[in-house]
Design a protein around this ligand. Structure first.
Ligand code: DGL
Length: 274
């Protein structure tokens, strides 16, 4: 039985990834689930993020999704490995759950010329050290020096529609200055949070021109196309009618109004309980 690709995020941010997935795989069906009732995940403990993510992934597998993408850096950092190793063999053998960190670090390792990479993310993602560890694993033996910076104000800036305001510019500059101070040789910067692409215009103002800023949604999509090419047995389980369905744990009216900003088009969601 064919079914959509499941895409999960703590709330709205994963829509910046979904937007690119739909562009890269327009024939595929997608089922997006935002846990807006319990967002944000970035400030929550390992145990809570793990539990919430497991509930969401289990729900999407119950909808028969052959593949679930954790389009959330915090969930990818804190829950992916355990779900893949401990739960997947029992709840959905033969199916896949993938995150956004591995494709991002693979791309960063390809892009960096001098091996100096910076990572911006939520407090949870940065504290997990997932990016430096994955970069070490996927750099093909090359030494990559990684510096990180937690930007706890950036998600609320986006969620409260403060993009471009004086206050927002202050906090964006503060964290860019701080990461550049940690390593003046940075040539690649990973926006390791799904909300940050919406701040890109401001971020660019404070980052030197020669620094490559990695667009995570695009990278994840590009790598997923390659992955499905290598896994035709998985690709053949994906339904392909070009549909996108939105689910939220919040009231749909709340979701729809904000989701439009992230998705770049009108969105109409259905409420579910996890
Ligand atoms: N989606 C989250 C991430 O990419 C950001 C929002 C949150 O903290 O829940 O880390």
């Amino acid at each position: 039985m064919k079914a959509p690709i499941g895409v999960f995020d703590s709330g709205y941010g994963g829509l910046t990834v979904l937007r690119e997935l739909v562009k890269a795989l327009p024939a595929c069906d997608f089922l997006y689930l935002g846990d807006n009732a319990r967002t944000p995940y970035g400030t929550r403990s390992f145990e809570v993020v793990y539990q919430y993510t497991l509930e969401a992934v289990t729900y999407l597998f119950r909808q028969n999704c052959p593949l679930v993408i954790l389009a959330c850096n915090t969930a990818s950092a804190k829950a992916l490995k355990n779900i893949q190793v401990l739960h997947l063999p029992h709840i959905a053998p033969g199916r896949r759950v993938l995150g956004v960190i591995r494709p991002s670090v693979q791309k960063a390792a390809e892009l960096t010329k001098n091996g100096h990479v910076g990572v911006l993310g939520t407090a949870g993602t940065i504290a997990s050290d997932s990016y430096p560890m994955e970069l070490m694993k996927w750099s093909g033996g090359r030494i990559i020096s990684t510096v990180q910076e937690a930007c706890p104000m950036w998600v609320p800036i986006v969620e409260n529609n403060e993009i471009g305001s004086q206050g927002a510019e202050f906090f964006i500059r503060k964290h860019i200055d701080s990461i550049l101070l940690k390593d003046r040789s940075l040539d690649t910067l990973i926006l390791g949070c799904t909300h940050y692409p919406l701040l890109l215009d401001s971020i660019r103002r404070y980052v030197p021109d020669h620094v490559e800023i990695l667009d995570q949604g695009r990278v994840v999509s590009e790598k997923l196309v390659e992955y499905l090419g290598r896994h035709p047995e998985l690709d053949s389980q994906i339904s392909k009618n070009g549909t996108v369905t939105f689910l939220t744990t919040e009231h749909p009216d709340i979701f729809d109004s904000k989701a439009t900003m992230f998705m770049g088009r009108a969105v109409s969601a259905t409420n579910i309980h996890l």
